[in-house]
Ligand binder design. Structure first.
Ligand code: GRF
Length: 199
């Protein structure tokens, strides 16, 4: 039976899928009112695909044969829309999306980034945080806009940075918090506690 109170979502991944797993776990335990209709990866080797299979969620791989960015994104949009989601969740999806894609999902496209934005947008955030000598680091859930890593912030988690931290140690500390705040932000969205406003 379809539960109409569940928010339909599609998740996009490229790799490990531990954030996806946190969302799956909370949805299965009834803590998160979502129905994950599909998981789409741009990499066949993404470990997250096995996690989705295990949870009985439909998966798709859209690989690099669509080299032209516009064509890839149009194909991706058609695939996502065939599941009529009310929310699209980027969970370690390692591709920059076209403005057309981002506009199409305006106000219903979320991302998690492993830093306290606006600090350390982009890649290698943990290493850069250590090199910069910051005392605090963390993760951010935000709406996606066409300015990469700059959309409105929904939730952040802070962790300390210790003098002997390596990027891997720091990443693990941050990841634990990611698994807490991503489902929390999605829950707030599903319960209409947050609304996207155009800046
Ligand atoms: C996470 O650190 C997330 O913040 C970043 O990519 C990583 C994905 O990890 N966007 P996982 O695939 O969810 O395990």
């Amino acid at each position: 039976m379809v539960n109409t109170k569940l928010l339909p979502l599609v998740a996009l991944i490229s790799g490990r899928g531990s954030n996806l797993q946190a969302i799956i776990d909370q949805s299965q335990s009834g803590q998160l009112p979502v129905e994950i209709r599909a998981v789409i990866s741009n990499r066949l080797q993404a470990q997250g695909l096995a996690r989705a299979h295990h949870a009985g969620i439909k998966t798709h791989v859209l690989n690099q044969q669509y080299t032209h960015r516009e064509i890839f994104d149009k194909t991706l949009m058609n695939l996502i829309d065939s599941y009529t989601p009310k929310l699209v969740v980027l969970a370690g999806f390692m591709r920059i999306l076209t403005p057309r894609f981002v506009h199409h999902y305006k106000g219903r496209l979320l991302n998690i980034h492993p830093s306290l934005l606006p600090n350390f947008p982009g890649l290698d955030t943990h290493q850069r945080a250590i090199q910069a000598g910051v005392k605090e680091h963390g993760a951010t859930v935000h709406f996606v806009t066409d300015k990469v890593d700059q959309g409105p912030i929904i939730l952040q988690a802070r962790v300390p940075v210790y003098p002997d931290d390596t990027p891997d140690i720091l990443a693990a500390r941050v990841l634990k918090e990611e698994h807490r705040i991503y489902p929390e932000a999605i829950r707030a969205f599903a319960e209409k506690k947050i609304i996207f406003k155009d800046e």
